[in-house]
Ligand binder design. Sequence first.
Ligand SMILES: NC(=O)c1ccc[n+]([C@@H]2O[C@H](COP(=O)([O-])OP(=O)(O)OC[C@H]3O[C@@H](n4cnc5c(N)ncnc54)[C@H](O)[C@@H]3O)[C@@H](O)[C@H]2O)c1
Length: 247
Amino acid sequence: MGRLAGKVCVVTGAAGGIGGESARRFREEGATVVGVDLDDVADVDLSIACDVADEQSVRSMYEEATARFGRLDVLFNNAGISPDDDGSVLDTTLEGWQRVQDVNLRSVFLCCKYGIPRLLEAGGGSVINTASFVAVMGAATSQISYTASKGAVLALTRELGVEFARRGVRVNALCPGPVDTPLLRELYAADPAQAARRMVHLPMGRFAAAREIANAALFLASDESSYITASTFLVDGGLSGAYVTPT
Ligand SMILES: NC(=O)c1ccc[n+]([C@@H]2O[C@H](COP(=O)([O-])OP(=O)(O)OC[C@H]3O[C@@H](n4cnc5c(N)ncnc54)[C@H](O)[C@@H]3O)[C@@H](O)[C@H]2O)c1
């Protein structure tokens, strides 16, 4: 029997790197997966196109998922953006700031506000909100809107974990370190010096594979993490623990 056998899981950002890999892993472990993204998602049990920053769309998305499967057990609130024009506070426009807060933070608020009642109806469940290692440490090469949004996701998640702890709903913040994406790979192939500068900060000397983040999400989704809630769940190859790294 798979570790998520019988569980209905909603994964947002399911067309992306971490979300796609998580949807695959969850299904391998027996879950029924509702894949949510701006456009249709392949290889899930139900695909729902939904802008998770929009209140009515989020409500309708949960209504459709619950109508189809009768219950929801896991919410993986993972959709997020990291726009190129995000940077120093000195250069960031108010519009750019707001867009990042809407997609990264308001979406998590909405997905919890309308999703947690579904888990309560099912008698409990697990919520995983994707924050980032930048929620716990600062970067000199700032992406101020992104960092602030992820810090807020972490704080919101911790508080929800406490609020619902006695009602069977666990809420944890998954904080990935840098993930090996096609975009990053291209960028660093073109600029090896920049790649080397980044690697200095990573004790393991490499980025995470999306599957390594998905495996952590799987653990938090499953009953194997039954005593874990309100946690800052870092999956960062030691990045946040390092002052100097091995050469
Ligand atoms: N990749 C990394 O290095 C890294 C590190 C730490 C945290 N994260 C976080 O992990 C999460 C997933 O990142 P990823 O690397 O898989 O990114 P990705 O860009 O590959 O996937 C994100 C997905 O979210 C979807 N999305 C964006 N806005 C949406 C909206 N309004 N409504 C619905 N879907 C929307 C996109 O279409 C995309 O499919 C994000 O929250 C990101 O901030 C990523």
